[in-house]
Design a protein. Structure first.
Length: 403
């Protein structure tokens, strides 16, 4: 940048000096045109009845064109120079702002000088903007850590990375940070676990004993007062609850089981974490045969009420199926055959027999599962008024009580 600016300055200075020299000495760049001294001027030649020769006119044209072009070059030089100067000031201001934000952030998180050096190594740069980009999200940080580990597998600062993560606030207890890695977990937290090949009822709860940069240690379940040997299992499925109704599920590979106090199980960390949501409205198994009608978005929006009219008075694509479970939020439908153009997010219209509703219900398909026995359609109710929802809940209570 600076070398280019210096070249521009030298070029512009040279053009200015050349133009001044030619102007003061009366030199001409074009052949065939002689410079006449003022004493030798003949006033008769300025009379209008003596036209200039064609060569003289052409020479003057090129002369003024050269002057005009020179002025354009000078103006362009000034504009480019100012632009570079302005860009330089903007870059300097941004760099100073990045330094201020970085120092404020690190001071707020109480990052020591040693941990800051570790952060610079993980980010692969000492530029404040690059460091800020690394710590602005847990995903960026873990991505940089993964790249650093692959390039420096035997680095002595790996243990410091774990402390750095905690200092930056990337912890499971910090609900403002997404749960993106099991390295965010902390000792004393409890995991709900299940082993592969076992029944769903065989869920057990175990505490986390320790969390390290590469591994996580948990206490094994016990059987008849003795710890269970989990080394014969390849992995273990875990769940942990966070922030109200949110539940996270992940699979941890079993590395080893130590022969020491508590016989801790050594597990490998993972970033493949699935977020689940606990149902506020549990589904109740039912068996209600019904006919389902495909409904377009336009028809649904133009008939926000009186859905029964659409079923009775209009010809709509339909299929037969069965409602196999229901909740206050939606239904699950099973069917042996489906229309070829039916897909997820389509709308279905149906009558809920036995619920004593004045109008039909409309659901949106959220998921379609194709299995050996047919199709399973998961759906959610649309535009359910409070009174209708109360009647659906009342119907569910009647089904539960067998009435």
């Amino acid at each position: 940048m600076k070398s280019f600016q210096n070249r521009l300055q030298k070029f512009g200075t040279g053009l200015v000096i050349l133009f001044c020299f030619l102007f003061l000495t009366g030199q001409d760049l074009f052949r065939g045109r002689e410079k006449v001294k003022p004493a030798e001027l003949d006033l008769e030649m300025f009379k209008f009845d003596q036209p200039q020769s064609l060569a003289t006119q052409i020479a003057e044209y090129f002369y003024y064109s050269w002057v005009f072009g020179f002025l354009l070059v000078v103006i362009a030089f000034i504009v480019i120079y100012k632009k570079f100067e302005f860009g330089k000031k903007i870059k300097s201001a941004r760099d100073q702002e990045a330094v201020f934000h970085l120092n404020s952030f690190l001071s707020k998180q109480r990052i020591s000088r040693e941990l800051r050096q570790t952060l610079e190594k993980v980010a692969g740069s000492t530029e404040p903007k690059n460091i800020l980009s690394t710590v602005e999200s847990i995903k960026n940080f873990e991505k940089k850590v993964k790249a650093f580990k692959s390039q420096n597998p035997d680095s002595g600062i790996l243990s410091q990375i774990f402390n750095l993560r905690k200092k930056l606030g990337f912890e499971f207890s910090n609900f403002s940070i997404p749960f993106a890695s099991t390295r965010m977990l902390a000792p004393s937290l409890k995991l709900q676990c299940i082993l592969p090949g076992t029944d769903k009822s065989a869920i057990f709860s175990v505490p986390i004993l320790a969390v390290e940069e590469d591994h996580i240690l948990i206490k094994p379940p016990s059987y008849k007062g003795k710890p269970v040997d989990l080394r014969k299992f390849p992995y273990i499925r875990c769940r942990i609850k966070r922030e109200g109704l949110l539940v996270y599920q992940f699979k941890l590979q079993i590395i080893d089981q130590l022969k020491s106090n508590f016989n801790p199980v050594v597990l490998k960390h993972t970033e493949k974490i699935r977020k689940l949501v606990i149902r506020e409205n549990p589904r109740i198994p039912v068996s209600i045969p019904s006919t389902f009608y495909m409904l377009s978005e336009d028809l649904f929006s133009s008939h926000s009420s009186k859905h029964q009219y659409l079923r009775l008075e209009m010809v709509l694509p339909q299929f037969k199926g069965e409602i196999t479970d229901i909740s206050a939020g939606g239904v699950k439908i099973t069917a042996t055959e489906l229309p070829t153009d039916l897909s997820e997010k389509n709308l279905l219209l149906f009558e809920l027999h036995g619920a004593e509703l004045r109008d039909d219900l409309v659901v949106r398909i959220t998921r379609i599962i194709d299995d050996e026995d047919g199709y399973q359609l998961h759906s959610q109710f649309l535009n359910i008024r409070d009174l209708v929802r109360i009647k659906i809940k009342k119907f569910i209570n009647l089904v539960q009580t067998g009435k």
